[in-house]
Design a protein. Structure first.
Length: 113
């Protein structure tokens, strides 16, 4: 295990809100998203299970207009923030791939393996 990497402070993320981060070992990938809801954060690969393309409309923007679901920019699939489960769209029933985040006080970390 490699440990963990600090991403940001909780106060740097809007609630609800989202941000895109890159993997240090894969700087040219689509990275991953961190979504904040209240005092909790959730992380997923920035990859739609339907097409494999990135989810964000513009870098870091992953939420729908109501800011209550993650929305795929390519075809509008909607995913629950809490578990990445697809509620509607061509990949309904599939799920986003989670990344492991840790919160330590006000800091958000990516747990790297």
């Amino acid at each position: 295990m490699r440990g963990r990497r600090r991403l940001c402070s909780l106060s740097e993320l809007a609630s609800p809100g989202s941000e895109r981060f890159e993997f240090e070992a894969q700087p040219h990938s689509n990275g991953f998203c961190v979504v904040r809801r209240g005092e909790r954060v959730f992380g997923y690969l920035n990859r739609c299970p339907h097409t494999g393309g990135p989810l964000d409309w513009v870098p870091g923007q992953f939420l729908n207009a109501e800011e209550d679901l993650i929305q795929c920019s390519l075809h509008g699939a909607l995913f629950r923030i809490e578990d990445g489960y697809c509620l509607s769209g061509p990949c309904a029933g599939a799920s986003l791939t989670p990344v492991t985040l840790e919160q330590d006080g006000n800091d958000v970390y990516l747990k790297e393996t």
